[in-house]
Design a protein around this ligand. Structure first.
Ligand code: ZN
Length: 157
């Protein structure tokens, strides 16, 4: 396991960082139709697109919030992990997605620190991104998604 050494190991700008940015924040909602007006009309965030990810049994909407995006996730089936999440904890923040390059190598690096991954191999996510989740038991309760977008045409993740 890793240990953070304070002061002796302070990060300096320009040094290697495993992640590029917070790519998006995933938010579980019961209904996109009901949730979207708050984002598009009150916050006036541009809607980048709505897409169904059949394998995950979710419909997702991406909103642009500056450098970061918000990903609203609506379950399309009761078996969807998002449906189970809402049932247990209600609507709200579901995951934080960290943008990376060379996702396979990043997974290996993270695992080398003893962090458990839900997926050892990246899988297809929304917007053509490759994604893999870290186990929240390894990250003090936060479901982190690693995501990598290949090519410039994909805006979502
Ligand atoms: Zn996501």
């Amino acid at each position: 396991m890793y240990r953070i050494k304070y002061l002796s190991n302070i990060f300096r700008v320009g040094e290697y960082t495993l992640i590029k940015k917070v790519d998006h924040i995933g938010i579980a909602v019961r209904s996109l139709e009901n949730a979207l007006p708050f984002y598009t009309e009150v916050l006036k965030l541009p809607l980048l697109g709505i897409e169904e990810v059949v394998s995950e049994k979710v419909k997702v909407a991406f909103l642009k919030a500056g450098e970061t995006k918000l990903e609203l996730l609506e379950p399309t089936s009761e078996e969807s992990s998002i449906a189970k999440f809402i049932e247990k904890r209600g609507e709200g923040i579901h995951h934080v997605a960290l943008g990376v390059e060379s996702i396979e190598d990043r997974i290996k690096e993270i695992k080398a620190h003893g962090i458990r991954m839900i997926q050892d191999q990246p899988k297809q996510g929304a917007g053509g991104a490759m994604v893999a989740f870290m186990h929240p038991k390894s990250t003090a309760g936060i479901l982190y998604e690693l995501c990598e977008k290949k090519g410039m045409t994909q805006q979502n993740g």
